[in-house]
Design a protein around this ligand. Sequence first.
Ligand SMILES: C[S@@+](CC[C@H](N)C(=O)[O-])C[C@H]1O[C@@H](n2cnc3c(N)ncnc32)[C@H](O)[C@@H]1O
Length: 317
Amino acid sequence: MSQNDKLNNLEYKLMQFEKNVDAFKDNNDFWTNWENFRNFITHVINKHIVNEYDFKTLAIWGAGRCKDIDLSFFCENFEEVNLFDIKRNDVIEGVKAQNLSQKQLDKIKIHESFDFLDVEDIFYIELKDMFKNKSSVKSITKFIRKQANKVNIQTSLSKVNKQFDVSISLGVHSQLFSDVKHSFDEYLNLYNDEDVSKIGAENRYLHKIGASLYNQFLYNTVRDGGAIFVGFDLIEFSPYRGTLELLDHFKILMAKGEIFEHLDSFLKLGAVLGAYDGYYDFTKSFKDEAIKFPTNFAIWDYFDFHSYFFMTTGIIK
Ligand SMILES: C[S@@+](CC[C@H](N)C(=O)[O-])C[C@H]1O[C@@H](n2cnc3c(N)ncnc32)[C@H](O)[C@@H]1O
């Protein structure tokens, strides 16, 4: 199908997408569709970590359905592959789907579910009720602020209770509070523009705090001399953000090696909440670490008509 045909289908696809986003996700063959992205991830980790160091224990945070993670590669190159996610069942399904050998499976440890930031489900349930009942903006922002001030990593670190040679996190910073976004999107039409912007600002605050604490969490999960490797879905190209038509231009700039000169302009239009905060906090917080991996980047085609500019970096602690 040509790009034009695809665009002509856009409206139909969007309707389908909005109608049943979960069914769309379940039916989408992410393993096949994310092949290029997964190969990019494998390539940069091979280059900066596997080829350079002799690390043995690995933790992947937010492993989810493991569609961006080639587990056989990790099992061949590490003695222990620890997988963590709040959705443990997704990880179980994800591992199963990769048809690993028994020898590879013996190296994999799927850990109990827990929220890296110790957010309780009740927060999301109550917040959704507040949106649904059109609670005042003041009470909503107060409620979100209270949660932001409560976020902590001590509980989750004590659950991990171990440090690894390598910690990897891919596209997690943007998802730390994704349920807030989903429930807000659902009831957005109940609020006027001014309210939306006040709630949005509070949501940004929550993501900023969360992304920064999550970086500290990752740092603490690694022993001295170990590696922290992170990837951020920094810029969204989608019809929802009105940025899809900029993607071709962006790709040309990437090919010419001119992306960083223009990054701020694109960020103004399509920065992803949490990812953007996480990236800037990571580079600022760990600027004094002796060894930093160079940034690598790729376009991550997430769905049709929905891509991200994905950037990886990392440090040796
Ligand atoms: C973008 S996905 C990573 C992609 C994933 N590897 C896949 O193939 O599906 C981010 C993952 O982080 C997990 N996650 C997000 N916030 C979390 C939190 N606060 N605690 C634990 N896991 C979290 C999500 O459940 C999700 O699986």
